[in-house]
Write a protein that binds this ligand. Structure first.
Ligand code: DAT
Ligand code: MG
Length: 139
């Protein structure tokens, strides 16, 4: 069964949207195979966001992602990787379609990094790598 890593970012936790995000995943028909709340430290975030190193928003992204607790979730189901990306909507919350998590629940706050409530893995390889980072003991 396919798995993806979902993160509810600090903006989502601060705004009490943990239940809302999990409800959307479950309502779509995916199952929750693991959940963990944590304060991500810099070395963990450097591993998770390695592909973005050197980009202008990289430092603000790491700072934002360590600004408060996050919730890491393993969601499971056929085609859940693309399915969750579809539920999440476009990266830019101003452009994300209404009906999506980002389209309904986030907007541009004028910050250096886009704050868009959730992360979702973008491929099987990313999902495997990211799940191992956030659930090192397995799930
Ligand atoms: P996604 O989270 O949709 O997979 P990504 O992997 O390209 O997007 O980028 C990771 C996060 O970095 C994204 O959720 C928000 C932020 N980000 C991406 N592109 C950005 C940009 N051009 N300006 C500001 N923040 C950006
Ligand atoms: Mg990404």
């Amino acid at each position: 069964m396919e798995r993806t890593l979902v993160l509810i970012k600090p903006d989502g936790v601060r705004r009490a949207l943990v239940g809302e995000v999990i409800a959307r995943i479950e309502s779509k028909g995916y199952s929750i195979a693991g959940v963990r709340m944590l304060n991500a430290d810099r070395s963990l975030l450097e591993r998770h966001y390695a592909e973005h190193q050197g980009k202008p928003f990289y430092e603000p992204l790491l700072e934002f992602m360590s600004s408060g607790p996050i919730v890491a979730i393993i969601a499971e189901g056929n085609r859940v990787i693309e399915g969750f990306r579809s539920l999440a909507g476009a990266t830019d919350p101003t452009l994300a379609a209404p009906g999506t998590i980002r389209g309904d629940l986030a907007r541009d706050q004028g910050t250096k990094v886009v704050q868009n409530i959730v992360h979702g893995s973008d491929s099987v390889e990313s999902a495997t790598r990211e799940i191992a980072i956030f659930f090192p003991e397995g799930m």
